[in-house]
Design a protein around this ligand. Structure first.
Ligand code: SER
Length: 390
């Protein structure tokens, strides 16, 4: 199935069950506590908190999201990406656990044709109700796992709505590693769908629950690319991206660096389309960092000509590339020499950053690859005293 077919299957299914389709919000979050939209439910936050009534009790959407927390995993795992599209159904003081679960199961099996015997689920460690409901839905007990707050409690990562969640996984088989379910292997058991049972007002952390929400609500998110990957039998999520063959052809490689370039270009395009320009802080710096990382990985693959701008046909990218190429080459040389000598003084890291414009994150990344660690606290101290002087 292609993405259009997946979307329309999802919307037909939930449309038949009374859900109103709403357009996605911009990936640039209108919520000041977030840099980027990180989930389909972001735009519905006032409805969860009871600040405004939703336009309908049942909603559905397809939302482009940006999450850069896993940036170091991109390219090395098969499943991480810095941006993705999330399909979701949402309910406000309407249906709750049973319908969310039974519909997710039905759509994955009857609608998308996944083998029910390869599905696994997890529930929040203390959520006995969800455990029993999965059993009642005929799910074998040995494919239901309980996990803790890290995995099975969801919030936006900032104060607001939150709740325990239950996730559905697909077993991709032994070529993806050892058996034992999602609690032991997240590559083999690929998380497809997260069902969040929104019930809490979350404070500054997931451990700090301030009280109950005014109603019991549902927020689900199904990763479109992950589902497409499973349906196509592919391995890496970047394989679905039309940029991949171009980058492969350009570099003659299929190493993790190729997937990093593809991932970062895809997210950069999304941000550029949303009106973000490369710059030195906030959202702009995230974009700049993605482009610089993509450049570095192209250099690693031996492509030092400025090709990023051409690859994605964007003048801002070409400009960024021209401005950074010399810095990249010079900074890498200085850093390599230091690492070859066997030490990485924090003064050098600071000088690279401040005098040569070679970002500390890039130094950290290269250092890590060679088994060194940047003294980040020392760097921050130097940075603070530099700022106070100037
Ligand atoms: N908000 C949840 C998530 O992002 C489900 O949509 O996983």
């Amino acid at each position: 199935m292609n993405p259009d077919e997946i979307r329309s299957t999802f919307f037909d299914f939930f449309g038949d069950r009374g859900h109103l389709l709403l357009p996605p919000s911009s990936v640039v979050s209108s919520d000041d506590s977030l840099l980027f939209t990180n989930a389909g439910m972001n735009q519905f936050r006032p409805y969860y908190l009871g600040e405004r009534p939703p336009p309908h009790r049942r909603l559905m959407s397809s939302q482009p999201c940006v999450r850069t927390v896993d940036i170091d995993n991109i390219g090395y795992t098969t499943r991480h990406s810095t941006s993705f599209e999330m399909l979701g159904n949402f309910a406000f003081s309407d249906y709750f656990k049973l319908e969310s679960m039974s519909w997710a199961l039905k759509l994955l099996t009857d609608g998308f044709g996944l083998d029910r015997d390869r599905l696994w689920v997890t529930v929040f460690s203390t959520d006995d109700e969800s455990f029993v409901l999965w059993q009642k839905l005929g799910f074998p007990t040995d494919r239901i796992q309980r996990l803790g707050i890290e995995d099975n409690y969801w919030s936006m990562g900032v104060p607001g709505p939150g709740g325990p969640n239950s996730e559905l996984f697909y077993d991709r088989g032994p070529s993806f590693g050892r058996s034992g379910g999602p609690s032991v292997n997240s590559e083999r058991y690929l998380e497809l769908w997260n069902l969040v049972f929104m019930q809490d007002v979350r404070g500054n952390s997931d451990e700090e629950i301030l009280g109950p929400l005014p109603g019991r609500h549902v927020d689900t998110g199904l990763g479109l690319s992950r589902l497409q990957l499973v349906l196509s039998g592919g391995r890496h999520v970047q394989e679905l991206d039309p940029l991949l063959p171009k980058v492969r052809e350009l570099t003659g490689s299929s190493s993790p660096s190729v997937r990093i370039v593809v991932d970062h270009l895809r997210t950069s395009l999304l941000l550029l389309d949303a009106g973000v320009a490369p710059g030195n802080d906030g959202r702009s710096y995230v974009l700049r960092r993605l482009l610089r990382r993509a450049m570095r990985h192209l250099h690693l693959l031996g492509v030092t000509d400025p090709v990023l701008g051409q690859l994605i046909g964007h003048p801002l990218v070409s400009r960024e590339e021209r401005a950074f190429t010399r810095t990249l080459v010079r900074g890498q040389n200085i850093l390599q020499r230091a690492l070859d000598r066997g030490s990485l003084p924090v003064e050098l890291v600071f000088k690279l950053h401040e005098t040569h414009g070679f970002p500390v994150e890039l130094t950290e990344e290269i250092a890590r690859e060679r088994g060194f660690k940047v003294d980040r606290a020392g760097f921050d101290t130097l940075m603070a005293s530099h700022r106070s002087r100037s």
